[in-house]
Design a binder for this molecule. Structure first.
Ligand code: OSB
Ligand code: MG
Length: 369
């Protein structure tokens, strides 16, 4: 197949509740939806997920747009694509910029599946119709409000809670949650907020029976994480560090973690994500699917991928209404009995709502043959 046209919706969706992490506060999510059309008129969609500030990782939505328009689309021009994995090879000469690459690579997977009359999950091994899901809870310094939020999520059926922490906001909220919910599957995520000097402090987390501690140290650090993992009983999970299969190999050989938060956009798309899943299976690293506050498009992709039975640990894949008042797809995702159903329709399995996009987006063609 050949790519004949690429269109873009630039979207801004207000969040239901502000989301605070160790590095900042989000009140609205900006993202792009890319529509990629082939020579036969088939269309695939992909979501561009980076934030507006380079405070989670270095990519931002603006840097990604430049990479897409100046460097990635020119590589697609005139290329004969036999399989979406070809796109991953084509993009290899552009270093890094995984989220920019992923927006196009995943759109081309969706296009490919639709062109072949298939649901995207048919390209993966051992899939399920519904998957267990968790919820990531932002920093909320008013502990009464935090407990109300968590109680509500538990009532809605979420099977695992991830609490964002930072220095000065860790033992107290964890203690409060553990007192009320002794059996809850609970983990924490520091988004790189601690340093090596905090090892004695972090060792205190061992007594709370946490499923794991996500990304305590810097986004490019493997050594300090390995030192900490040796001191901890609790598993460390790496998120920001993991951009490639090679990062997983380094983390495994140094002992920097026992779990991987896999985000398809952070590793450049489905092709690399599949390699990472195979590696984790072989090395018995616990791999689970993370999130980037995706809209229904990125969420549908995540659900297709997380339908693989290897994803036993509930992902950061919550219902649409955990994030947004209105999602941009015609059938927003709902949680039932702690699970979300994987769409069966062609490709990623969701359709855009023109009415909702009209309220929150602008539209433009960024490439035409
Ligand atoms: O660190 O996993 C993270 C959201 C935005 C940026 C980084 C992270 C997160 C989350 C929530 O934890 C994931 C989600 O529910 O989409
Ligand atoms: Mg994280």
């Amino acid at each position: 197949m050949r790519i004949h046209r690429i269109d873009r919706y630039r979207v801004r969706l207000p969040l239901r509740t502000p989301f605070e992490t160790s590095y900042g506060r989000l009140t609205e999510k900006a993202f792009d939806i890319l529509l990629v059309t082939d020579e036969l008129g088939n269309q695939g969609m992909g979501e561009l997920v980076p934030f507006e500030q380079p405070d989670y990782i270095e990519e931002t939505i603006e840097t990604a747009r430049i990479i897409i328009e100046k460097h990635l689309i020119p590589l697609l021009k005139g290329a004969e694509i036999h399989h979406p994995q070809d796109v991953s090879f084509l993009f290899d000469e552009v270093k890094g910029n995984q989220m920019a690459k992923s927006s196009l690579e995943t759109a081309i997977w969706d296009l490919y599946a639709k062109r072949n009359g298939m649901s995207l999950k048919t390209y993966f091994n051992d899939t399920r119709a519904q998957i267990p899901v968790g919820v990531s809870v932002g920093i909320q310094t008013d502990l009464a409000v935090l407990m109300d939020q968590i109680t509500e999520y538990v009532k809605q059926g979420y099977q695992r809670v991830k609490l964002k922490i930072r220095p000065g906001y860790d033992l107290k909220p964890i203690e409060a949650i553990r007192q009320k919910f002794p059996e809850l599957s609970l983990m924490v995520d520091a988004n790189s907020a601690y340093r090596l000097k905090d090892v004695p402090h972090l060792k205190q987390l061992d007594k709370y029976n946490l499923a794991m501690i996500e990304q305590p140290f810097a986004a490019d650090d493997f050594l300090d994480h390995a030192l900490l993992q040796k001191e901890l009983k609790t598993a460390i999970c790496l998120d920001e560090n993991i951009r490639t299969l090679k990062d997983c190999e380094v983390a495994f050989s140094l002992g920097s973690c026992r779990s991987i938060n896999l985000k398809i956009p952070r590793v450049g798309g489905i092709t690399e994500a599949m390699k990472i899943v195979d590696f984790c299976k072989e090395k018995e690293l616990l791999v689970w699917l993370g999130g980037m506050f995706e809209s229904g498009v990125g969420r549908a992709l995540n659900l297709q991928f997380a339908s693989q039975k290897i994803f036993t640990f509930p992902g950061d894949i919550s219902a649409s209404d955990r994030y947004y008042y209105e999602d941009i797809i015609t059938d927003p995702f709902e949680i039932h009995n702690g699970k979300i159903s994987v769409p069966d329709e062609l490709g990623i399995g969701v359709s855009l709502s023109g009415e909702i996009l009209a309220k929150y987006s602008t539209y433009e063609t960024i490439y035409s043959k």
